[in-house]
Design a protein around this ligand. Sequence first.
Ligand code: ADP
Ligand code: ASP
Ligand code: MG
Length: 456
Amino acid sequence: MAVVMKFGGTSVADPPALQRLIGIVRQHLPAAGSADAVPVVVVSALSRVTDKLIAITRLAEEGDTAGVADEMHALVERHVAVATAVTDASRAALVANIRGEFEELTGLVHALAVLREVSPRSMDAVLAVGEIVSSRIAAAALADCGIASEWVDARTVLVTDADHTGAVPDMTATCERVRTHVAPIVAAGKVPVLGGFIAATASGVTTTLGRGGSDYSGAIFGACLGVGEIQIWTDVDGMLTADPRIVQAPHVVPHLSFSEASELAYFGAKVLHPSTILPAVAKNIPVRILNSHRPENRGTLITEQAQHARGMLTAIACKRDVTVIDITSTRMLMAHGFLRRLFEVFERFKTAVDVVTTSEVSVSVTVDDTRRVDGILDNLQNFAEASCEPHMAIICAVGENLRADPTLFARAVTALDTIPLRLVSQAGSRRNVTFVLRDNDVPEAMTRLHEQFFRR
Ligand code: ADP
Ligand code: ASP
Ligand code: MG
């Protein structure tokens, strides 16, 4: 079965991680004489590198050239050390290549430091270097241990619009490029290795798909190639019943539907970028989340349909630090067109709304991108009273069973008991229930819900 294998930052973090990657890829090579295709490998930047690159852009904005130089030096040396440890025949060329990429980046960042301004377009050019060098290292490491492989510059393949730092792929153009740039390498029996997250506009300007976007890249390439499975290799055993950073000892969910996975990813299950499922749904390709530290585990399989034990929720997720905007208007009473006018304001300010609740005279929404909240409030105040409350959070309980079993909703509310709930909403699909509450209450609320539904 042809597969795309996407390895996240911790799965390419250091030499031992790259050795595990090589072992996993080797296991997925087709047996001699088999008609199966070789896997396609997509990698993120080495763990924490994207954060460091963002920190470098902040230093540039402050004009701190000494700080930039220090951070840049640490990054170059870390990459060179990893490259040196995992290669042999390709070592000299690879190290020269890495130094060259960082030299170019240093020139760019110094120019930004002079201007003290980092536009979204420049930000993408800076961040892309993380995935460019990590994919070069992975390709060379595979080749040096005898796995025929070829590095492909993902920016020549993944075509997006020019919405920098969160660009939207053009699937038709991308699939065309996959056919011409990637498929022939697979046909020749070589493993193509690409950086995730990075892309370019049709005219060749570097873009990125937004934080965590390598998962999305993997799914896009998988959909274009029509593979049998899109594998997301990470540092946990699969989709867990709750965020392991908040709840103690969550369990692996063995099977999820596409819709459940989308809801969980959207509402904060960081293990999957929220858009990952879209290309998979379009081509009905299963997605599997696997642990690169324990490749023998089965992980979580995400398919169109999933069966769960009766009376169970599937998982809970949370999105922290969102802002609630309350809009009240007595004029809304019976007035058609009010909601259109209201949502037009959010559209004008390019701000996505997550949870919406309405009563006769008020509407409350949550947003997690607060960059334009002041403008939104100003505009709303032209025709309604509007106020906002920061430091809130969304908890989302997901499960196909919510449809059939009305007691699940009641049990969730009961479990939250004395915790003040700001908004409660059950989606029309009845696949999820969302609670909006104070961010400070999240650990307690998640723990109680997890106890209620997942205690073994
Ligand atoms: P990668 O670098 O492999 O893409 P990420 O850090 O993006 O990894 O995603 C994996 C992390 O997602 C896990 O280490 C875990 O802390 C976090 N996470 C949050 N919610 C969940 C969940 N429901 N299931 C699994 N992991 C989750
Ligand atoms: N390196 C990018 C990030 O940290 C993309 C990814 O890891 O998926 O956001
Ligand atoms: Mg990720």
